[in-house]
Design a protein around this ligand. Sequence first.
Ligand code: UGA
Length: 436
Amino acid sequence: MNIAVIGSGYVGLVTGVCLAEIGHKVICVDNNLEKIRALKQGRVPIYEPGLSDLMKKLRSRKRLFFSTSVREATRKSDVIFIAVGTPSKKNGEADLTYVENVARQIAAHMDSYKLIVEKSTVPADTGKRIERTIRLNLSRRLSQKIEFDVASNPEFLREGTAIEDFMKPDRVVIGVESKRAEKLLREMYKPLKTKLVITNINSAEIIKHASNSFLATKISFINAVSQICNRVGADVLKVAEGMGYDKRIGRSFLDAGIGYGGSCFPKDVDAFIRLSEKAGYDFRLLKEVRSANEQQKDTFVKLIEDKLWIIKDKVIGVLGLAFKKDTDDIRNAPALGIIFDLQAEGAKIRAYDPKAMANARQVMKKVTFCKDSYQVARGCDCLLLITEWDEFRRLDFRKVRSLMRQAIIFDGRNLYDPRVMEKAGFEYYGIGRSLG
Ligand code: UGA
């Protein structure tokens, strides 16, 4: 099948590469000339395990192409994905300017039947609006009728495991309003041999919002439980394990920490609250999820303030800046807020991340960026473990301790065993952990 993916950001790029991997011929489009030039030279603008190799392979097999031309992509493809950004407006609503723009451009260049598929996370009703935009723009241009369909196919890709999530999905959700669109999308995803959930466009859009919001709710729930664990001397890891064996609950997304971040959950929770408001429903539960998330970060900072006593001029080492492991993404990363808060009180920050340093340098001022964890530890009054990178599990803690001024560690991800850390001579603080 000939496919175009408009928008070569995180979602668009992974989707395009993976669709090529399952046998289709794909053109990835972006209006950023620099980005397309880099991609053509085999340079991937984001860090995503496996993506670069897969891209190279598919380029050489002539199944993956890059272009800045929506015209070329539209003419050459049967199916066109819209995967452009939907940033948040001030009121939390998704800004759909780019989506509308692309819909207009597609209409300007369509010359035969096309299936237009929205991949960006968008509020319910967007599919209908895309359909209307294309219809209006088409009729302005042409007297004869060109048929087209609009569909919704939300993505459930996690950064860091996006390729595996695409290749082995729990399900593929397809929102369609016609048999023709359904048939095309069934055929497209056939190689994946996976469960397809076929529904109308609005339901597909809500499935995406509800899924991300539910996962965010799970995280805020366990974070709230971690607060209780701290107070009553319970261990949140054991609580999550005990809950997780119940198949109705499940263990995943019950890792207490410093709150969820990234480019999706914070934005999508805001958008779902706003969408509900517009629909006349006050989604108070989700508002609580959001504020519990903020509170979790604040509590972490307060714990540091309490244990360090005076923050001014203290040297604080930060291990990990990315919003989670296996990505270089620092959008809405908890590290940012925590570092800014501590800097505001006069702390001196030393930091290291295996992949996110280049991105961090652009937004973090007055941070001493170090080449590894040991350099971070040098002269520190405490260490903060912020991102759960595997390499932080395997540190030589005897060495780390010998380099620090005070051996205190705040483990924002419950990566370490409190007993082991105490044995190694650290004063250890996790999230909702109790030595029992
Ligand atoms: C999330 C969803 O998991 C994907 O299914 C979805 O497609 C994507 O958003 C999107 O909408 O595009 P992602 O943001 O890459 O993916 O990352 P997650 O692995 O979901 O983690 C989100 C945040 O929650 C991270 O800050 C992570 O550290 C935090 N988290 C996750 C916890 O604090 N505890 C957990 O138990 C799990």
